[in-house]
Design a protein around this ligand. Structure first.
Ligand code: HEC
Length: 95
């Protein structure tokens, strides 16, 4: 029983990683690059950082951001909380 649960959990996080990659490609790569290292729009790489979810939530509720935060707010306005979690997990994994 425990084993089944573990396998289920591993399966879910794999799924969510794949989901995060898909969302990243559709919603983020145009500005941050496929590898999260394009700085031409955002001024800094997002790859190699942790805590992406807190930043994304901060953009959404207005508590985080720099001079260009309106750009990020617009980019994630229609991204659900569940999708933010998936994409944040993916971005945290970018090196
Ligand atoms: C239209 C261009 C654009 C898109 C699309 C976009 N971003 Fe951004 N992103 C920016 C800009 C510009 C900034 C800098 C904003 C600021 O001044 O705070 C930024 C900042 C960030 C930061 C904060 C970096 C830091 O440490 O300060 C993170 C994390 C981030 N973006 C993740 C994402 C993710 C994940 C997505 C997709 C869901 C996304 N961005 C989509 C332009 C974009």
């Amino acid at each position: 029983m425990k084993k089944t649960l573990l396998i289920l959990m591993a399966g879910t996080s794999l799924l969510s990683a794949a989901e995060g990659m898909k969302i990243y490609g559709a919603k983020c790569a145009e500005c941050h690059g496929a590898d999260g290292k394009d700085i031409s729009v955002s001024g800094k790489a997002i790859a190699g950082n942790k805590g992406t979810l807190a930043k994304l939530q901060g953009y959404k509720n207005g508590s985080f951001g720099g001079e260009q935060k309106a750009t990020m707010q617009g980019s994630i306005a229609d991204v659900s909380e569940a999708d933010l979690q998936s994409v944040a997990a993916y971005v945290d994994g970018l090196k």
